[in-house]
Design a protein around this ligand. Structure first.
Ligand code: COA
Length: 324
């Protein structure tokens, strides 16, 4: 089937979560909200928050180092950092991350697709490996939402968390577990006011209810298309790993998709919405818990600001996540 074609194969998985944990109770102490409201509406119980001295590049480098270690590698020739919260408007975060990893000389760029950033990065890096432009790539989703969330806005302050997750992709055979089988990307800029840091302002504004309404059908359609494109029926999907924005969104997508119960992977309770970092963080927790087994048919689907969305399909490889 592969005819010797080079594919991008996921060979390493790493994460970095800041040590400090903020619980719903902590937030209820200073905002007009409650653990019950947050947990029942979102599924979130706690999130990690970076100290002011920790940058997005720090989180990204730690997750990237962990992904290299997980793959037993010390280098790669491309570093893609998907982030909504770059440390500076200019230059990009990725070159600093590459150098922090001892990879000065590697191609390095940032990618801005908000909560879909990881799937966008995976798609671009996989295509570059398949095209022969790169031999191996770190795809890192890294976020410090605490820098752009208004601490007084209960509509967003309870949702977002900080963290980073990364995968290493290497050229390999299209038939091996871990080979990225197919990706798809989409956008609808008519919705770009729904999740935005308005020009000249510091904080993120989100029309949560409207985003929710659009997220569910878009994620269902994207997941269904990617499954079909690789010849899987919804009931063939062993694990659905959606962007962790809201547990109710994920449950509703899984139900409408008609996939087997038990295949929905979620870690939102422990980390909140970590935007571009959310899918690799969820993959790592699921792999640690033994919920992802070699050969499982895995669908990744993201949706977020832009509006943007995307999906990827792969068979799960033998990979041991490393945490920093
Ligand atoms: N605590 C208590 N009450 C809150 C609250 C909080 N943290 N946040 C909002 N409320 C209130 C609202 O003021 C509103 O009160 P009202 O009915 O008196 O006007 C009520 O709860 C319902 O607000 P609403 O925004 O309609 O709630 P919701 O059920 O849609 O939940 C989100 C809000 C943000 C959790 C939900 O819309 C969501 O998850 N949206 C999707 C986010 C997303 O996918 N983002 C994409 C990627 S980043």
């Amino acid at each position: 089937m592969s005819e010797g074609r080079t594919s991008a194969v996921l060979t390493g998985l790493g994460t970095c979560l800041p040590e400090r944990i903020v619980t719903n109770e902590d937030l209820a102490g200073r905002l007009d909200t409650s653990h019950e409201w947050i947990h029942s509406r979102t599924g979130i119980a706690r999130r990690h928050v970076a100290d002011p001295g920790t940058s997005t590049a720090d989180l990204a480098a730690a997750a990237g180092r962990a992904a290299l270690e997980s793959a037993g590698r010390s280098d790669c020739d491309l570093v893609v950092v998907a982030t909504t919260t770059p440390d500076r408007a200019c230059p990009a975060t990725a070159p600093a991350v590459a150098s922090a990893l001892g990879l000065t000389g590697a191609g390095a760029f940032d990618l801005s697709a908000v909560c879909s950033g990881f799937v966008y990065g995976l798609s671009v890096a996989a295509a570059m490996i398949t095209a022969g432009t790169s031999r191996s790539a770190l795809v890192i989703g890294a976020e410090r939402y605490s820098a752009i969330v208004d601490p007084e806005d209960r509509g967003t302050a309870v949702i977002f968390g900080d963290g980073a997750g990364a995968v290493l992709l290497e050229g390999g055979d299209a038939d091996v577990p871990g080979a990225v089988l197919r990706t798809e990307l989409g956008s609808d800029g008519t919705g770009n006011e729904l999740i935005t840091v308005p020009p000249g302002e510091r904080y993120l504004r989100m029309q949560g209810r409207e985003v929710y309404t659009r997220a569910v059908p878009t994620m269902v359609e994207s997941a269904r298309r990617i499954a079909e494109s690789v010849g899987w029926r919804p009931e063939d999907i062993d694990a659905f790993v959606g962007h962790q924005a809201n547990l109710r969104i994920l449950e509703s997508v899984a139900k409408r998709l008609g996939m087997p119960p038990g295949g929905l992977i979620t870690n939102i309770e422990d980390v909140g919405n970590t935007a571009a970092a959310s899918i690799p963080l969820a993959l790592a927790q699921a792999a640690d818990q033994g919920r992802l087994q070699r050969g499982d048919r895995v669908v990744l689907t993201a949706f977020g600001g832009g509006l943007t969305w995307g999906s990827a399909a792969l068979h799960w490889p033998d990979v041991r996540p490393v945490h920093r």
